[in-house]
Design a protein around this ligand. Structure first.
Ligand code: ZN
Length: 239
């Protein structure tokens, strides 16, 4: 055993490091903070888009209302002209009829000015609404561009992690072939009970897995090249 076992343990340690690296990357991929952020950003952009569309529809409704008022105003103007034409035609001499026409004209003028006021207000509101829509559409477009760039970056990051995983797996396969079968089997059995870190180094006389002192007897066995497990945590010890 002796030297050969020690070499085997070093390789096994290397294997454990690779396994831990793989585990870390797989966790990162399973629960990526970038992915979560992007998802939140996508939802925010969707609600922003809905908000802009709603405002646009509001503007369209105002435009329809404006068109109706303008129509009404035009027909009132036509009525006004007709009334004026009758009034000043010189063909109507009946005083009460003339008075009636004058009253109609006054009434029409009042109505026209009411509609003109409404039209003015609607135009102002429309300007405000479409100004808002224009401004926020531009902001939205910019943010969508940023989001897409980040999404692409994230996709590349995932691809890179996948390549790392493939690379780690290849290196692990290679190492496993080089390792003593019995040692590997022992290691796997320990991992099934202790988790990935089934190997621990002896550092300053302590097991690096549980931080407890390794007994002198065990230290002697390790020095003699025997395969030794920590008395406390059960991990395989490397000198
Ligand atoms: Zn231990």
């Amino acid at each position: 055993v002796g030297r050969g076992e020690e070499m085997g343990l070093e390789k096994l340690w290397e294997l454990q490091e690779l396994q831990l690296g793989l585990e870390r990357i797989q966790q990162e991929l399973k629960n990526p903070s970038q992915g979560k952020e992007l998802k939140r950003e996508k939802e925010r952009l969707e609600s922003y888009y809905t908000q802009i569309q709603e405002k646009k529809r509001k503007g369209e409704r105002l435009q329809e209302q404006l068109a109706l008022h303008e129509n009404t105003c035009r027909s009132l103007e036509v009525k006004k002209k007709d009334t004026e034409a009758k009034l000043y035609s010189g063909q109507i001499n009946n005083p009460s009829e003339l008075q009636n026409l004058e009253q109609q004209l006054t009434h029409l003028n009042k109505e026209i000015s009411v509609y003109q006021e409404k039209i003015k207000e609607l135009n102002m509101e429309l300007q405000e609404v479409f100004g808002w829509v224009k401004e926020h559409s531009q902001i939205f477009q910019g943010q969508v561009g940023e989001y897409q760039a980040r999404l692409e970056e994230y996709r590349l990051w995932r691809e890179e992690r996948e390549r790392e995983i493939q690379d780690l797996k290849l290196r692990m396969e290679k190492l496993e072939k080089e390792l003593d079968e019995d040692l590997l089997r022992h290691y796997r059995e320990l991992q099934s009970r202790l988790g990935l870190r089934a190997l621990a180094r002896v550092e300053n006389g302590c097991c690096s897995g549980c931080r407890l002192m390794v007994s002198i007897i065990l230290m002697q066995k390790i020095k003699a090249g025997e395969r030794v497990q920590c008395e406390n945590c059960g991990r395989l010890l490397i000198p």
